[in-house]
Design a binder for this molecule. Structure first.
Ligand SMILES: NC(=O)C1=CN([C@@H]2O[C@H](COP(=O)(O)OP(=O)(O)OC[C@H]3O[C@@H](n4cnc5c(N)ncnc54)[C@H](O)[C@@H]3O)[C@@H](O)[C@H]2O)C=CC1
Ligand SMILES: O=C(CO)COP(=O)(O)O
Length: 303
């Protein structure tokens, strides 16, 4: 059956839902459908669970969920980041916290507000067992959200995490008024860099050209609705990272993912000049102008 036929959706959330308008602070102007019931208790039974919390909260949230949920229930992570300290991708976290649950990842160019409004979109549903991914994709596809199955969960997660870092870089080019050519060059060359990283670490290089890679990059490295991109714009204009973060109540995953990716690249001996530069920009080690000069000054290379 498709999600269009799923009768009951239970939304576990800490956020308040206005009883009269059924709207939430993070999704203003959207009325939750009547078939969505809102709860602040974790579920004891479900057909499928989607975990949508900031990556750094995934371990605690999934541990709490594991205590409640029977082992057969599939869990899908929608997180786009890497755990600080452990370098774990979301599915690795779930393998440790919910080892008896079949798990998958959902990722793609999907601003939550547009999905909630029922605007058309597509995404990738990935699991190492392709038939499991295909089954979940079929069950969660709706008339407005088309899901494609993939057997490269590693590549999909790396792409989803890394695109947030690149979106910050793209925002910086805009905030620092470097022009649209610079943003296009940064996005395009980042695809080569991320493809290298994914392939060397055991994923499929072509995943970077799919919805979770290029698709999400096109969205978040150009769309003002992206928190990572808008954070980059503010940084490029000269605001400090601390002051930008102090004004925000929701997560901008790229800030913590950048140094983690940089370390991973180094560990695996992979050249990641764009990720390294964005990491140094975030830590205040270089100015946008210096970063621009360093990237342009690199030795000649084949495309
Ligand atoms: N917002 C979007 O358009 C999309 C977000 N994502 C990804 O989904 C994940 C969550 O993103 P958002 O929902 O936008 O983030 P958010 O910052 O709005 O937080 C989501 C929910 O997690 C809860 N939360 C925050 N910290 C928590 C903690 N320590 N313990 C338990 N719950 C906690 C919040 O109360 C909120 O209800 C991120 O990895 C993001 O990259 C993926 C696709 C689209
Ligand atoms: O991942 C997203 C859309 O696909 C959301 O991007 P931001 O976290 O940058 O807002």
């Amino acid at each position: 059956c498709s999600a269009a036929q799923i009768a009951n959706v239970s939304l576990w959330t800490r956020s308040p839902v206005a009883p009269d308008t059924r709207s939430m602070p993070r999704l203003p102007d959207v009325r939750l459908p009547e078939r969505v019931s809102v709860t602040n208790s974790l579920p004891h039974e479900a057909d499928i669970v989607l975990l949508v919390v900031p990556t750094q909260a995934l371990r605690d949230t999934s541990l709490a969920l594991e205590k409640n949920l029977p082992a057969h229930v599939p869990v899908i992570t929608c997180c786009k980041g890497m755990e600080q300290g452990t370098f774990a991708l979301p599915l690795e976290v779930l393998t440790q916290t919910m080892p008896d649950h079949p798990a998958a990842v959902l990722s793609g160019p999907n601003f939550a507000i547009e999905i909630a409004k029922g605007l058309p979109a597509a995404a990738t549903l990935a699991a190492s067992d392709l038939s499991f991914a295909q089954d979940l994709a079929k069950r969660l596809t709706t008339p407005t959200l088309r899901l494609y199955a993939s057997n490269d969960p590693f590549g999909v997660q790396m792409a989803g995490a890394a695109k947030n870092v690149i979106a910050i870089g793209a925002g910086i080019t805009v905030g620092a008024e470097m022009g649209e050519n610079a943003r296009a060059a940064l996005i395009t060359r980042s695809l080569a860099e991320l493809g290298r990283l994914i392939e060397t670490m055991g994923g499929q290089a072509r995943t970077i050209y799919g919805l979770a890679g290029m698709g999400d990059l096109i969205l978040t490295a150009t769309g003002p609705g992206s928190r990572n991109y808008s954070l980059g714009i503010a940084l490029g204009r000269g605001e400090s990272l601390d002051s930008i973060l102090a004004q925000r109540s929701t997560v901008s995953e790229g800030v913590l993912t950048a140094p983690t990716l940089q370390k991973l690249g180094k560990q695996h001996g992979i050249e990641t000049p764009i990720i390294n530069t964005i990491t140094r920009l975030l830590s205040g080690e270089v100015t946008p102008e210096r970063a621009r000069d360093e990237l342009l000054d690199r030795p000649p290379a084949l495309e």
